[in-house]
Each structure stands twice: as structure tokens, then as C-alpha cells.
Design a protein around this ligand. Structure first.
Ligand SMILES: Nc1ncnc2c1ncn2[C@@H]1O[C@H](COP(=O)(O)OP(=O)(O)O)[C@@H](O)[C@H]1O
Ligand SMILES: N[C@@H](CC(=O)OP(=O)(O)O)C(=O)O
Length: 450
């Protein structure tokens, strides 16, 4: 059997729901479908999840949310009771007395919940046996933050024991319940995680992830014009590239797939006949190119510290990490030299007050000669299983950057040997990706198929 997940763009309109329903009906192996909330129909549109976030604070947008589902129900001439149910659920939530964070999580979860409810009604209206199943009924248990939940291992025992209904089971993505029965969502884009958990839990032969592009491209199509699609790649290549910013698949969703050794097939809802990208285990994988993909992420800050004989001082890194722990901060990378150390942090976890307090503490505890806070820091990741086999690769990667006068402030060859990380200024990040891309890949107008 296959677990199939459709992203928000694939469930944004009645026409898209029709495609989804045809894809589900085309292959009897597709027995579990995971839904996202309706996404953008056009560039300036607002995703239903974002409308729900607004609605948690201000009920004025509730009619806009209902209208999104009403348009889909109208397309299929569904019974009005489906929309009445959605309205009643929103009405109930608007009146609940819970903490602010719980109220927000409860609202955010409804986008995928209503999509699943509606898709079940659509499939049934077309004569297909379908059942709407809530994550709590499946035993999907999470812990941690209400907007960044982590799966509890008990989930897999629950899924193994679950008796799936006949026909297609429709499950909302993105949220689950805590042991106490409260709703918590994964981080944004987290419906991919639900799909991967179900694929592992049910021992699926394949996890199909349908989106609005033909597969994973070698670079972000918003940065490089018509980048080359990747036919096959490994889990760890996708994990590194997703972490780096390939928005097409959630980086945490790869972990259940790896644990269950479930191949992931990323496909286009609008062109399901195309093979898409297969993401497979490393064992037996033969790299055909030195580089599989290039990505840049610009949401980083760096703290540069200099003091002579820094490398000789025992416990210095421990003291630094204790400060981070004190402020509940995680760090991304820490390249160091004999007298210097750079600490790279994800900017999204920092506010101005924390930055000031952290700098003051570092000065007090570590007494560096130089402490420099670099705000506009970007990381370029060049990733490929084939990298290790190519000796002069670093030179080939750096040459086009030098030619473009792009300053590289840090080079870090990952311990995994399948990625190279470069630090640059944010303003140069897109140009750096384009320059490296041009060196390793054939431009679209020179490809054989063009
Ligand atoms: N390397 C890449 N390959 C393919 N798509 C990418 C890549 N990097 C970023 N994207 C973007 O990811 C988008 C699909 O992801 P997402 O918006 O989460 O879709 P969905 O709504 O289907 O979940 C694509 O439209 C594309 O713009
Ligand atoms: N709807 C949620 C979860 C999700 O996975 O969405 P999408 O599949 O459209 O990326 C979000 O917008 O974050």
C-alpha cells in the first residue's frame, strides 16, 4: 500500500480537489491520503492556515475561511451539511476558554481537518469508499511545543495495532494530540511529517508526496531559472538540502521515512504521469554527478570571537555552550581556528534583547579581544553523495564565486562528506547559488530535451 500526501496548492480549488480524487482513484495501492489546508490559488492569495492564524485573534476573517471550502463544495454540488459542519466547528472554537497558545493551535489545525472532511465527502460523492479518520483516533501522540510538536514513539505501536477501514482512509496532516488530549501542530509545512509517520507506521511500500512542481530541482526555482529536476537522490541529500532551505519537503519528515526505509516519491499533482523524484536509502545508491543540489538560507547570525591561544584553553567551548543553554538557544555550526571561533545561530530564535544580553555575557565570561556580531549572514550548502570522490571539487566550487567577487567568510566541509557549507553576506547568497549552479549544471536552453 502507499501513503499519499497532497500539499496546500494541490487542495486549493475545486479543480485541484478533482485532480486529487482522480489520482487517488487511479491506483488501488493508494489507501491512505493525508491532506493539507487549502493553499494559495494565485501569488497574492492567503493560505487557509494563515487565515486561521488571523482568525484565532480576530473572528472577522471566519467568513473568508468558510468561503474557501464553500467554493470547493459548490464545485462538486456537495450537500450544504458539509459546510454547516465546518461553520459549527469554527463557531465552537471561537467560544472556547483555553490558553492563548492552545487556542491558536486548535485554530491552526482546522485547515487540514476541514480539507480531509471535505475530500472524504468528495470521494464518497463519486462512489469511492472513503473514511475520515482523526489523528487522535489513529493514536498519533505528540509532545513538546504546541506549534512545534514532536512525535511520541508510542504512535508507532498504536499505528501497528490500528485496523484500517476498507477503501481510502483520509487523514488530516499537520496536527496530532498530546497525551493529555490537547491539539498540537508540527512546525509550518508539517503535513509532510504526518504523511511520513503514517508511511512508516503502516509499513507502506512508498510515500507519495504530491505538490505543484515536477519533482525536486537541483536549486530553488525561485532563485535559478528552470533548474534541472533530480531523478533520484538519497535521504541524506534531501535532508541536507531541505535543512538548507529547499521548501519542497519538510526536513523533519525525512526522519520517519529513513527509520522505516520507505522510498519517497515527490510528484506533481498537475502532471501525475511524470515520474517525479525518487528519494531512496543510501545503500546501493550510485551517484552519477559530483553535486546533486545547491541551496542558500539567509536566516542566520554569526558571532565571531578572537583571542590569542583560544585553542589552548580548556573548557572555553563548554562555557560558551552553557551560555547558549541558559538562553535556550541552539546553534547551527561552530567552525574554529587557533585564535578564533565563529558561532552560527538561527536568527529566527533571537530577538534584539537576547542578542544584547548574550553578547554582554560572552564578553564577561570569555573575555574575547574581539567580539563581532554579524547579522546578515547566509549559508550556501552544496550537497552531493558524489562529492567525496572528486578531489578538486572545492576549487571548482570557489572559482565562480571569486569570478563574481563574492566574499566567502567561512568554509565547512561537513563530517558527513556529502555537503560543503559556505558563509557569505545575505546580499550575495542568490548570486552565489546561481554562479555555482552554472558551473555544474547545463543551462535549460542547452539541454538535449530543450
Ligand atoms: N529545490 C526545489 N525543488 C522544487 N521546488 C522547490 C525547491 N526549492 C523550493 N521549492 C518550492 O517548493 C514549492 C512546493 O512546496 P510547498 O509550497 O510546501 O508545496 P505544497 O503546497 O504542495 O506543500 C514549489 O512550488 C517551489 O517553489
Ligand atoms: N498548512 C500548514 C501545513 C502544511 O504542510 O502545509 P503545505 O503542505 O501547504 O506546505 C502550513 O501552511 O504550514
Amino acid at each position: 500500500m502507499r501513503v499519499v500526501k497532497f500539499g496546500g496548492t494541490s487542495l486549493s480549488t475545486g479543480e485541484q480537489f478533482e485532480r486529487v480524487s482522480q489520482i487517488m482513484q487511479a491506483n488501488p495501492e493508494r489507501q491512505v491520503v493525508v491532506t493539507s489546508a487549502p493553499g494559495k490559488r494565485f501569488k497574492q492569495d492567503i493560505k487557509v492556515t494563515d487565515l486561521l492564524i488571523q482568525a484565532a485573534k480576530n473572528c472577522d476573517v471566519l467568513p473568508d475561511i468558510v468561503a474557501r471550502y464553500q467554493a470547493i463544495a459548490n464545485y462538486f454540488n456537495l450537500d450544504q451539511s458539509v459546510i454547516d459542519w465546518i461553520e459549527s466547528q469554527l463557531d465552537q472554537l471561537s467560544r472556547e476558554m483555553v490558553s492563548r497558545s492552545q487556542h491558536l493551535a486548535n485554530f491552526k489545525a482546522q485547515g487540514e481537518r476541514f480539507s480531509a472532511y471535505l475530500l472524504t465527502a468528495v470521494l464518497k460523492s463519486q462512489g469511492t469508499d472513503a473514511t475520515f479518520v482523526e489523528p487522535a483516533t489513529l493514536g498519533l501522540v505528540v509532545s513538546g511545543e504546541s506549534d512545534d510538536a514532536q512525535i511520541d514513539p508510542v504512535t508507532y505501536r498504536n499505528l501497528a495495532a490500528f485496523q484500517r477501514p476498507r477503501g481510502i482512509m483520509v487523514v488530516p496532516g499537520f496536527y496530532a494530540t498530546t497525551a493529555a488530549g490537547d491539539i498540537a501542530t508540527f512546525s509550518r509545512g508539517g503535513s509532510d511529517i504526518t504523511g511520513a509517520i503514517l508511511a512508516k507506521g503502516f509499513g507502506a511500500e512508498r510515500y507519495e508526496n504530491f505538490t505543484d512542481v515536477d519533482g525536486v530541482y537541483a536549486a530553488d526555482p525561485r532563485v535559478v531559472n528552470q533548474p534541472q529536476p533530480i531523478a533520484t537522490m538519497t535521504y541524506r541529500e534531501l535532508r541536507e538540502l531541505s535543512y538548507g532551505g529547499f521548501g519542497v519537503f519538510h526536513d523533519e519528515a525525512i526522519i520517519p521515512a529513513i527509520e522505516g526505509q520507505i522510498p519517497i516519491n515527490l510528484k506533481n499533482t498537475n502532471a501525475p504521469q511524470l515520474p517525479g523524484t525518487m528519494i531512496v536509502p543510501e545503500a546501493g545508491f550510485e551517484a552519477r554527478h559530483a553535486i546533486t543540489g545547491i541551496v542558500s538560507a539567509d536566516h542566520f547570525s554569526a558571532i565571531y570571537l578572537h583571542r590569542y591561544l583560544l585553542n589552548k584553553e580548556t573548557g572555553l567551548t563548554l562555557k560558551l555552550l552553557e551560555l547558549l543553554y541558559h538562553y535556550h538557544l541552539s546553534y547551527e555550526h561552530m567552525p574554529s581556528g587557533i585564535d578564533d571561533l565563529t558561532l552560527i545561530l538561527d536568527d529566527t530564535q533571537l530577538d534584539a534583547a537576547t542578542k544584547t544580553a548574550l553578547c554582554a555575557d560572552i564578553k564577561r565570561v570569555l573575555q574575547p579581544d574581539v567580539l563581532e556580531w554579524i547579522d546578515d549572514y547566509a549559508i550556501i550548502m552544496v550537497v552531493g553523495e558524489g562529492m567525496a570522490a572528486h578531489t578538486s571539487l572545492i576549487q571548482t566550487i570557489l572559482q565562480p564565486l571569486a569570478a563574481e567577487h563574492i566574499h566567502v567568510s567561512m568554509i565547512n566541509q561537513g563530517a558527513s562528506q556529502i555537503s560543503l557549507m559556505l558563509g557569505t553576506d545575505q546580499k550575495d547568497a542568490a548570486r552565489a547559488v546561481q554562479a555555482i549552479y552554472r558551473t555544474f549544471f547545463i543551462p535549460v536552453n542547452q539541454r538535449l530535451e530543450a
